[in-house]
Design a protein around this ligand. Structure first.
Ligand code: ADP
Length: 727
């Protein structure tokens, strides 16, 4: 069975493309996972940074609170001075001026409850002072009675942004004045620098209105300026949080703030957004380059390896073709162990094939020798395309020389015209599923010669779908065998005839007696007629009746002679349709006298339905007479039985069954298997051919003949013949 060739796939991927795909399939998922991990890591780091930044914002605002609280404490101590209580404002001015430097303040001022400036360290004592009015801080201190800190405001004297820390001054428990330290934004710068934050971070302290109290960068420009509304809104919601925003100078930052519960001020730390994402961007860039490098390296390697694999495989194509062509391929050294193993396997396959071919050639030669010795012609016919191949022996048999082209028509032209149709039919049968055939046919005789007989046996090979593919067969000259068969048939015929003649010899006495009867009847009838006619008035009606009798008797005699002639004749009768019961009846009539002579009688049991068979009546009579005569012989021998022989005729399925049953001595058991063999006899004058001829006749009628001993003595012989088809 030839495996189907691999269907061509124009878009089948090459080794290189497949390896490149493999590299992509390996690198890309890893790169993707790495991106996810890195982004995740970035988010965690960012959260950590934000947490630590919140802590720092908290520290800044706490330090601010402490600073303010320290100032308030110093102011409270100052407010309790006896100089102030005694109304020595000049002395108090001097004391306060001394404290300004210690507090790092711009100035210290004393206000009455209306906001009137009673004293300012910025002006020499006694100089005229401005009336400031009730500032929010003053109102808060008056309302709460507690120290406080103002938001940023513009200094009335220098027009610069400042803030003030104030404490109440009481007289007999009533607030009569407030003492305030005025600060410039620079005063709190040290709080920022103490945190040692990265230089590029933007750090500010904002008052409750979101104005810059102090700032790490460009303080002079932005002090007192209000931050953007988004951040202001955010500051109003939570005490600690973070958000993306933009600094006053327009830099993108992520801000984190912490608000003081005491002052309502917030420390705001702005981390430049670029710094936050720089590491992620850097790591991602690194990852992308690493992935790209791995991809490039992988693809390069795939290209290199793929090329080598492809070259190794391609290098085996030519050797494989060489193996197919029957050669021993030269395998070049290949780059891969497996390819080398495949190459070696190809080489071994080639050597194996060469050995197998040599073996095949040898067995072909042996087969040819055997075929020649047996005079067998071998042939093959491909059913698709109808190509014919035949051995030289076959060509010689059919009269083709070795160069002559073989065709089915040329072959049929050499077949005897009488057999041509049958040969054609048989060959046709192989196309329609017949698995094998055996046939015999004649070839056209050479000029002046006899036709030669050919025996041909063919066997059909089928493909996987069960369709006939080719027929292989042998043809043999069977002329001699056929001739021997014909000769044998002829001899058999002669022996059958001789047996019949011998049988007639035995029957002749009875036949003479049988003929005697009608002749005697004719004679006495003729004499009676003559007597009637000699009377003066002859009774003509009586004479006519006598003449009818004479004609009937004459017919009977004629019948007997006819039957004898047939039996005696060498020619067989052609097969004809006849009723088995009539045949049996005719035989009993033929043998009646012989039976009487033996003191035996035959009881006919004809059955009750006609049984039509297609037979040669004379040959069947011969069989039944033979069986009846054997039965007579068996019953004549002592101990004699009641003398009745039964000839039964019955239907047996689709056959007619004749049975001859006697009550003689039966057949000796050791003889039973051989009685149908020629020359088996137990009789002194027997030839032992009767039963053998009977069986040949039965076989020629497609019937069977067999015998057995009866349980109650004697033997039975049965002849079974197929019923004829309905006419
Ligand atoms: P032949 O009658 O010349 O002997 P047959 O072939 O007719 O040859 O019979 C062969 C032998 O079979 C007989 O010799 C006989 O021994 C045996 N045989 C045939 N018919 C009977 C029978 N009805 N009863 C017993 N033996 C028989």
């Amino acid at each position: 069975m030839t495996p189907a060739p691999v269907p061509p796939r124009p878009h089948a991927p090459g080794v290189r493309a497949s390896l490149a795909l493999l590299v992509l399939a390996c690198v890309l998922p890893v790169a993707l996972v790495a991106v996810v991990v890195i982004v995740n890591f970035y988010h965690r780091e960012r959260a950590q940074l934000i947490d630590s930044t919140v802590a720092r914002a908290h520290a800044i605002i706490a330090a601010t609170d402490r600073d303010i609280a320290a100032t308030q404490l110093a102011l409270q101590i100052l407010s309790g001075s006896t100089l102030l209580r005694d109304g020595d404002l000049a002395g108090f001015h001097q004391r306060a001026a001394g404290l300004v430097g210690q507090l790092g303040a711009d100035s210290i001022v004393l206000l009455d409850t209306d906001g009137t400036l009673l004293l300012s360290t910025r002006s020499p004592y006694g100089a005229p002072l401005a009336r400031l009015g009730r500032a929010p801080l003053l109102q808060r201190i008056l309302a709460s009675g507690r120290p406080g800190v103002s938001d940023m405001f513009t200094g009335p004297l220098n027009g610069k942004p400042i803030f003030s820390v104030g404490v109440p001054v009481r007289r007999d428990g009533v607030i009569v004045m407030t003492l305030n330290a005025i600060y410039t934004p620079e005063r709190l710068l040290h709080v920022l620098s103490e945190q040692k934050l990265p230089a590029h971070w933007r750090v500010s302290v904002l008052d409750t209105g979101g104005r810059v109290v102090t700032r790490s960068h460009e303080l002079a420009t932005y002090a007192g300026r209000q931050v953007g509304p988004a951040l202001r809104r955010q500051l109003g919601t939570a005490s600690e949080a973070g958000m993306d925003t933009r600094t006053l100078e327009g830099q993108d930052v992520y801000v984190v703030y912490s608000r003081s519960p005491r002052t309502g001020w917030s420390a705001v730390l702005g981390i430049p957004r670029a710094e936050l994402t720089a590491r992620l961007a850097g790591t991602l860039a690194w990852l992308v380059s690493a992935a790209a490098a791995a991809l490039a390296a992988g693809l390069g390697l795939a290209w290199l390896l793929g090329g080598r694999i492809a070259r190794s495989v391609q290098a085996l194509v030519a050797p494989a073709r060489a193996v197919g062509a029957g050669g021993i391929p030269a395998i070049p050294p290949l780059h891969f162990r497996e390819a080398n193993e495949l190459g070696n396997a190809l080489r071994e396959a080639a050597l194996g094939m060469q050995r197998a071919r040599a073996g095949m050639r040898e067995s072909e030669q042996q087969l040819a020798l055997a075929a020649n010795a047996a005079h067998l012609g071998i042939w093959t016919r491909e059913l698709r395309g109808d190509a014919l191949w035949a051995s030289d022996q076959w060509r010689a048999l059919f009269g083709f020389d070795s160069s002559q082209p073989l065709t089915l028509d040329a072959l049929l032209a050499r077949v005897h015209p009488d057999d041509r149709a049958a040969v054609q039919r048989t060959l046709q049968g192989t196309l329609h599923g017949a698995p094998r055939y055996d046939m015999e046919y004649r070839l056209l005789p050479p000029a002046g010669g006899a036709p030669r007989w050919i025996g041909s046996h063919g066997s059909v090979e089928f493909d996987e779908q069960g369709r006939p593919l080719r027929v292989r067969g042998v043809s043999l000259d069977i002329t001699a065998h056929k001739q021997a068969e014909l000769d044998l048939l002829q001899k058999q015929k002669e022996v059958t005839h001789l047996a019949r003649v011998a049988m007639l010899g035995e029957l002749s006495g009875a036949l003479a007696h049988e003929l005697n009867q009608p002749l005697t009847a004719i004679l006495s009838n003729a004499q009676a007629a003559r007597r009637f006619l000699a009377q003066p008035e002859p009774d003509l009606a009586e004479v006519a009746e006598i003449l009818i009798d004479i004609v009937a008797e004459d017919k009977r005699a004629g019948d007997i002679i006819q039957r004898l002639r047939r039996l005696f004749g060498k020619q067989d009768m052609p097969r004809q349709r006849l009723d088995a019961r009539e045949l049996a009846d005719g035989v009993i009539r033929l043998m009646r006298n012989d039976l009487i002579q033996h003191g035996l009688s035959v009881r006919a049991e004809p059955g009750d339905e006609p049984l039509a068979i297609q037979a040669d009546p004379v040959q069947l009579q011969q069989v039944l007479i033979n069986l009846l005569m054997n039965a007579c012989d068996a019953q004549a021998a002592p101990p004699a039985s009641d003398g009745v022989i039964v000839l039964r005729c019955a239907r047996d399925g689709d056959a007619a069954l004749f049975s001859v049953i006697d009550h003689g001595a039966g057949i000796a058991p050791e003889l039973l298997p051989r009685i149908f063999d020629p020359f088996t006899t137990t009789k002194a004058r027997g030839m032992g051919l009767g039963l053998s001829i009977c069986r040949s006749i039965a076989a020629a009628h497609h019937g069977t003949l067999w015998a057995h001993n009866n349980p109650d003595g004697g033997a039975s012989f049965h002849l079974r013949l197929p019923l004829a088809d309905a006419p």
